[in-house]
Write a protein that binds this ligand. Sequence first.
Ligand SMILES: Cc1cc2nc3c(=O)[nH]c(=O)nc-3n(C[C@H](O)[C@H](O)[C@H](O)COP(=O)(O)O)c2cc1C
Length: 308
Amino acid sequence: MVNDVSMSVDFAGIRLKNPLNTASGTFGSAQQFENFYDVSLLGAVTLKGASAVPWEGNPQPRMAEVFGGMLNSVGLTNPGVRGLVAESGAYLAGLASKGTAVICQVAGHSVEEYKEALVLFEELAPWASAFELNISCPNIAKGGAAMGSTPEGAFEVVNACRPLTKRPLIVKMGPVRVQEIARSCVDAGANALSLINTISAMSIDINTHKSRVARPTAGFSGPAIHPIAVRMAWEVCNAVDVPVCGIGGITCGADAAEFLLVGCKAVSIGTENFVDPAAAVRILEELKDWARSQGVSDINELIGAFEC
Ligand SMILES: Cc1cc2nc3c(=O)[nH]c(=O)nc-3n(C[C@H](O)[C@H](O)[C@H](O)COP(=O)(O)O)c2cc1C
């Protein structure tokens, strides 16, 4: 009988029962996944980005499969913070009471809109453990990556939102200028960082000469981006002292383990949730098996153990 490994980690002052989190936009409001497994087995869930008022998102089609992953141009369709809380608040309060951290993601087209959404969450979501600012969505014309792709833009949003909550603020970063932007977010008061969001990409139907989604460009996610994401997470872990959640192309425990080895305190499962709806809980078990095989009694012994 193998001794069980302690999987608990501290993430910006939040005690997670394990490092497994879900990537925003790929896990709905978590409730939908109860059909597949007990979601409270996860350390955390991150919800789809929500704005102060409902957003329709981009025209269809907005998803396409490509080699090594998928493209999406969803554009942050969401029912607004009030709609999200009305639909899922009771469920999420229950999930939080079982010790799974609920992270609400905040979206906006402008600094003012981020502030409005955060103020609403602060008031309506007492069960949220933390708020994540999405300053990296590549599929909206204003806000998202348009604001978070420079250190100055990132600073402005985080600095404006910081006084509005005492709960931890996580910043979801895109795959650009990661060390500079990470430092800027921390200078503005971010308690943690998560990366990467999707990579802006294109796929063209050679018969119709049109994009395979309704917009020319879309966000690329899935296994092909994993090595890029690990490199960027490593760079950010080396640049700042706040905890980092590694995201990008995780399909199995080994992929998650790479993020932990480069210093991430948590990992989020994204596109793999569409391939295998039970992915996050499977990957949790695979990560435990790996930790046992490494002969440790606590997963924290492996965080940052990368040697170079
Ligand atoms: C359909 C879809 C919707 C997404 N929506 C969001 C979102 O609302 N907010 C966000 O920060 N990231 C969003 N993402 C990006 C993911 O959270 C994640 O950062 C990215 O997909 C990389 O991880 P993966 O390769 O494991 O999917 C979305 C991704 C997909 C595929």
